[in-house]
Design a protein around this ligand. Structure first.
Ligand SMILES: C[S@@+](CC[C@H](N)C(=O)[O-])C[C@H]1O[C@@H](n2cnc3c(N)ncnc32)[C@H](O)[C@@H]1O
Length: 258
């Protein structure tokens, strides 16, 4: 599996490895990962997997969206046989070594590769079963290029899963006030920020994913009343659909077609 933009925690990739995934490729624009934090997370995850702990629910993480229909440990998928192999002490020791000093190229034969900054071409064609990102795709300027790259990595039948935040992330008073700013005002507001959001709405992501030959299988939108009127939209955003205007985040999952 590949995770785009893991930030400081490689927790998702480590959980995938503990679920039996052979290799996790973590690619970030900036090297934020922290080895000692990730070693600690890894030990905590091992304990949760060994205990077959339930998935934390909305009592523990009330802000996590979307809610799941079931929070029980997925014992039908993570069977005893699968867990026994995944939690084999020798395998765990190899992964600990990798967390301390991860491979920095996708071509290395290592369970964990951390490449930051990464560049297009880093990952081989059709070599990945799952591409995942969590609050990352609101940042890249070249969104079409990033989607083309991620689709290229996927095998036919492979899955991409992206949680995307469409809010202005505190840059404007209204949650969707960024769609009312002209490009000039936006450039001034963004200043020298290291990560600038691309302001692309939900419909842009859906159109790009479909254009790259993937079929959307899940599109779970979080709805929030628009804080601006259509008349306030900057010219560049007049094309936003009524759905875009009220979509503050979405979990989009798609399957690569043959
Ligand atoms: C808001 S953080 C999210 C971190 C993590 N996924 C999480 O959910 O906590 C955004 C992350 O996306 C990364 N990022 C932004 N643009 C990126 C790009 N083009 N390629 C890879 N990572 C990117 C940033 O470096 C940062 O680690």
């Amino acid at each position: 599996m590949a995770e785009l933009g893991p930030g400081d925690s490689l927790g998702i990739g480590l959980a995938a490895i503990l679920s039996g995934t052979e290799r996790c490729l973590a690619l970030d624009a900036v090297p934020y990962a922290n080895s000692s934090l990730n070693l600690q997370i890894f030990e905590e995850l091992i304990a949760l997997f060994r205990d077959r702990a339930p998935i934390p629910d909305d009592a523990e993480f009330p802000l996590v969206q979307p809610a799941l229909s079931l929070y029980a440990f997925p014992a039908d998928v993570l069977t005893s046989a699968r867990l026994e192999a995944a939690l084999n002490p020798k395998r765990l020791e190899r992964i600990r070594t990798c967390i301390t000093s991860p491979a920095t190229t996708a071509r290395a034969d290592a369970p964990l590769c951390y490449i930051a900054p990464w560049e297009p071409g880093t990952i081989r064609d059709a070599s990945v079963d799952l591409v995942l990102s969590q609050t990352v795709l609101e940042y890249p300027g070249d969104l079409a290029g990033i989607y083309a790259e991620m689709c290229r990595w996927l095998k036919t039948g492979g899955v991409m899963s992206h949680e995307i935040d469409f809010k202005s992330l505190g840059m404007t008073t209204e949650w969707n006030g960024h769609w009312s700013c002209s490009d000039v005002v936006w450039r001034l507001a963004a200043g020298r920020r290291r990560h600038r959001i691309n302001r692309e709405p939900h419909s842009t992501h859906i159109a790009l994913i479909e254009k790259m030959g993937c079929r959307i299988v899940r599109d779970e939108r979080t709805i929030r009343p628009s804080a601006i009127t259509r008349a306030q939209l900057a010219p560049r955003f007049r094309h936003l659909t009524d759905e875009d205007l009220v979509t503050s985040s979405a979990l989009i999952q798609a399957v690569k077609q043959g």
